[in-house]
Design a binder for this molecule. Structure first.
Ligand code: SF4
Length: 408
């Protein structure tokens, strides 16, 4: 029988209007941008600068900070200046709720220092003040030449709009399930707000939309529909994704499906950090989603087998971890010195069953002995066996070979 062509490649990216966020282009066919958010009190300049710097170093291309009161708005220009002095020209996005219109009006330094304003249409104001306060923020964005993200969130949805749609739904001969009405309310809130922003004079190339929910199926449905009904740049994210592996799995499942369908111009993985936990984890996960799906390359990937009953030695797990840590530590320098190093692949395998095959597919790979007693480990470079490592420091010898390979 003839070989069937594979049809599982990602769909072409949905065409969206590109938005320049402080020099980083979101949408318009550009690479999917990784962004994150601080959890420091923005009024605490030292803590916020330190966290933004860590996030930027980890690869966050845009960083959002909370601007919730006068003290935090006043701190924004100082944060931006300090970051620039440290060499971090990362665009800062101000996250505004309730009083954003007032904070931006009262703190022109903040309005200028931010690269984008995030507006939540669900809490920008109440009743008759809602549109007026929304328009005030948009007018500030126009005055300062800044883009906005209209970020609708399931947890703070415009209750008036929801009630109206629920009422309309109840009059239908066959009312839709409440969940479908909620989804529609989220989408309409985003689209209505974008229209209002455009009517106010903000051009399309200054508007990004997001519509976040915490349930994977709802998120996929909402974003599919939203991207069908608008060509605004799309910010993807699961809100309140959760802790640990749950948050990572839910974000990967939801965003993986949408990205595969060509939906999404920038992503944020919202993970609940453990107390004192490392905030950069969400940047790493976002990068790994994009890299494992083949959309972008950030860091050489170390492929390692899971191990099984054939392995009585933990050498390969330890070596895989060490190599990945070596690479992470060296990346800031390697990026400068070896453009394209991100595409490198390394394999660290546990035994001869899949070891040689997987190692040959990688740029450099090692097939370690399955047992501690077996003393030899073939190494493959560009698909060819180039050496067999023996002796007490196979791991150390392989680390040197990886470094040499990159150097060459
Ligand atoms: Fe087990 Fe070998 Fe496969 Fe690793 S490569 S999972 S050790 S059979």
């Amino acid at each position: 029988a003839p070989i069937e062509p594979l049809i599982a490649d990602p769909l072409p990216r949905r065409p969206t209007v590109g938005v320049d966020v402080g020099g980083i282009v979101v949408g318009g066919g550009g690479p999917v941008v990784v962004q994150s958010m601080t959890n420091t009190d923005t009024a605490d300049v030292d803590a916020t600068v330190a966290q933004v710097a860590r996030l930027a170093q980890a690869g966050s291309e845009i960083v959002r900070i909370t601007v919730d009161r006068d003290e935090s708005a006043a701190a924004v220009p100082r944060i931006r200046e300090r970051l620039l002095r440290l060499g971090h020209d990362v665009p800062l996005v101000g996250d505004f709720h309730y009083i954003g219109h007032k904070l931006l009006a009262d703190h022109p330094g903040c309005a200028e220092a931010l690269a984008k304003y995030r507006i939540n249409p669900g809490n920008v104001g109440f009743k008759d003040k809602k549109d007026r306060q929304f328009v005030q923020i948009v007018e500030t964005a126009i005055r300062y030449g800044k883009p906005v993200r209209i970020g609708v969130n399931w947890g703070s949805l415009d209750q008036e709009l929801l009630t109206r749609l629920m009422d309309e739904n109840s009059t239908l001969a066959q009312p839709l399930p409440a969940r479908a009405v909620m989804r529609e309310a989220i989408i309409r809130s985003a689209i209505y707000s974008a229209q209002l922003a455009e009517e106010t004079g903000l051009p399309r190339e200054k508007i990004i939309l997001s519509a976040k929910v915490s349930n994977v199926q709802d998120l996929i449905a909402v974003y599919r529909d939203l991207s069908r009904r608008t060509d605004h740049a799309i910010h993807l994210g699961l809100t309140e994704a959760g802790m640990g592996s749950k948050g990572i799995v839910a974000s990967s499942a939801a965003m993986g499906i949408l990205l595969q369908e060509g939906i999404g111009d920038t992503i944020r993985v919202s993970l609940t950090p453990e107390p004192g936990g490392d905030r950069t984890r969400e940047v790493q996960v976002a990068q790994e989603i994009l890299q494992t799906m083949g959309f972008r390359q950030f860091i050489p990937i170390v492929a390692a087998c899971p191990g099984c009953g054939r392995t009585t030695s933990t050498l390969f797990q330890e070596l895989a971890e060490t190599i990945q840590a070596d690479i992470r530590a060296a990346m800031p320098e390697w990026r400068e010195r070896y453009p394209g190093v991100e595409a490198l692949s390394v394999a660290v395998m546990g035994c001869i069953v899949n070891g040689p095959g997987e190692s040959k597919h990688a740029d450099i790979g090692i097939s370690l002995p399955g047992t501690a007693e077996t003393p030899s480990a073939p190494v493959y470079v560009d698909g060819q066996k180039v050496a067999t490592l023996r002796g007490p420091d196979i791991a150390g010898d392989f680390r040197v070979m990886v470094a040499d390979y990159i150097e060459r």
